[in-house]
Design a protein around this ligand. Structure first.
Ligand SMILES: CC[C@@H](C(=O)O)C(=O)SCCNC(=O)CCNC(=O)[C@H](O)C(C)(C)COP(=O)(O)OP(=O)(O)OC[C@H]1O[C@@H](n2cnc3c(N)ncnc32)[C@H](O)[C@@H]1OP(=O)(O)O
Ligand SMILES: [Co+2]
Length: 134
């Protein structure tokens, strides 16, 4: 069911500093910050030859990453995103298998303009999983 790795997301305490570090120290192709109010984050995408890195910083009072940053004040890997062909079929299969699909199970439009869903980290070995329909 799952396909390619779309991105690895890292929650960071300072978006400007993290962006500058990837640009200057690692020589990466670092995009501009983009606010995603529907997701409660500001995101910077870093394009690598084979995948993307998503730097995340909280946006608004109810950001889903605030609790993670409170527990990990230096930042840390927050989620990985796998591509799927049909997100509703993937959701229904996962629900039938007993996985918890977050946010009521209805896909939202993600940062790439495509539908995304999240799966509870406690059901996947402590790793929050995002699915993106491509
Ligand atoms: C930019 C848009 C989009 C894209 O297109 O790429 C994005 O990526 S948006 C990214 C941000 N959005 C989300 O993360 C949405 C889904 N997340 C959630 O619904 C919540 O964050 C959560 C996963 C349900 C966690 O909720 P929270 O209230 O923060 O924490 P809890 O205390 O309820 O956590 C329970 C339990 O899970 C552990 N946890 C929390 N977050 C993670 C994580 N990222 N990775 C691994 N484990 C995580 C947390 O530590 C708790 O464990 P215990 O302490 O053992 O109870
Ligand atoms: Co993501």
């Amino acid at each position: 069911m799952i396909g390619r790795l779309n991105h690895v997301a890292i929650a960071v305490p300072d978006l400007d500093a993290a962006s500058a570090q990837y640009r200057t120290m690692l020589g990466a192709d670092v995009g501009a910050p983009q606010d995603e109010p529907d997701h409660g984050v500001t995101v910077v995408f870093i394009t690598l030859p084979n995948t993307k890195i998503e730097l995340l910083y909280p946006l608004g009072d109810a950001s889903p990453i605030q609790g993670f940053l409170d527990k990990n004040p230096s930042g840390g890997i927050h989620h990985i995103c796998y591509e799927v062909d049909d997100i509703l079929a993937a959701r229904d299969h996962l629900l039938a298998e007993g996985a918890r699909v977050l946010g009521g199970g209805e896909p939202k439009i993600g940062a790439h303009g495509k539908p995304v869903l999240f799966l509870h980290p406690k059901d996947f070995n402590g790793c929050l999983i995002e699915l993106e329909q491509v």
